[in-house]
Design a protein. Structure first.
Length: 55
């Protein structure tokens, strides 16, 4: 299993694919050879990002 922070490529992969793995974060983490907790933490940051609104 890889250790350390996620690379930019890994972040892009998670961003593009986490919706396909809803409820199955452990499978996404296993596929990437990453711990479930680090993948979950990154997904949590994606979900907390404010969306841009146009007035």
């Amino acid at each position: 299993m890889k250790k350390g922070p996620l690379s930019q490529k890994e972040k892009e992969h998670i961003t593009k694919n986490f919706s396909d793995f809803t409820g199955k974060i452990d499978k996404l983490a296993d596929k990437m050879s990453r711990s479930k907790s680090i993948v979950q933490k990154f997904i949590d940051t994606l979900e907390k990002e404010p969306t841009e609104t146009t007035d």
